[in-house]
Design a protein around this ligand. Sequence first.
Ligand code: ADP
Ligand code: ZN
Length: 208
Amino acid sequence: MNNFVFLGPPGAGKGSLAVKVAEDYKIPHISTGDIFRANIKAQTPLGVKVKAIIDSGSLVSDELTFELVKDRLAQDDCKNGYILDGFPRTIPQAEMLDGLVADLKVVNFQISDDIVIGRLSTRRVCKACGANYNIKTLPPKVEGVCDKCGGELYQRDDDKQESILHRMDVYREQTEPLINYYKNKGKITDLDASIETDILLGEFKRLF
Ligand code: ADP
Ligand code: ZN
């Protein structure tokens, strides 16, 4: 089964690689961050509830996040596998997921803090379709405009300097312990995430 978990700090390129793997392996890319942002944009009750937490770079509660993921994994398109990007992010979330899925393949994105901070502060996202750009390394053809849909590009509130540093602390305290958690279960594969996405995809396909 191709049930992947992409684990790594913010800015490691989990989302960028997930988009390509999803295409290649014909499995859905499930990003809890994207789901939350879509809810914020549509001003759903969930979106209204989580907006301030997300903008500050803190984590949404484990229960709420798990319910969301559980519902998503129950959908038909997940039958042949999926990529979880940004979930689990805490030990309790990992334990809840273990109660649901037995055959996970966890990919550990390894990258230095310096690269991560550089990538996040120059990241831009399409308001309409969520596509990611980078003003230094992956600029759109026309400044401020999405290549894919013509939507407006913006900087996420949590990609501003204070939130970036807070998110890295949150990662270190709450998410990094998952590396040992999965290592002990023999489920983890390390990936050098400092290289460009297309090369990373090649490496991923060689491994899985
Ligand atoms: P990143 O670019 O940092 O990987 P994401 O887009 O994955 O960010 O997530 C953005 C925000 O959404 C997080 O900082 C957090 O507030 C919330 N979030 C996403 N996934 C989870 C999760 N599994 N548990 C709790 N909060 C989450
Ligand atoms: Zn777009």
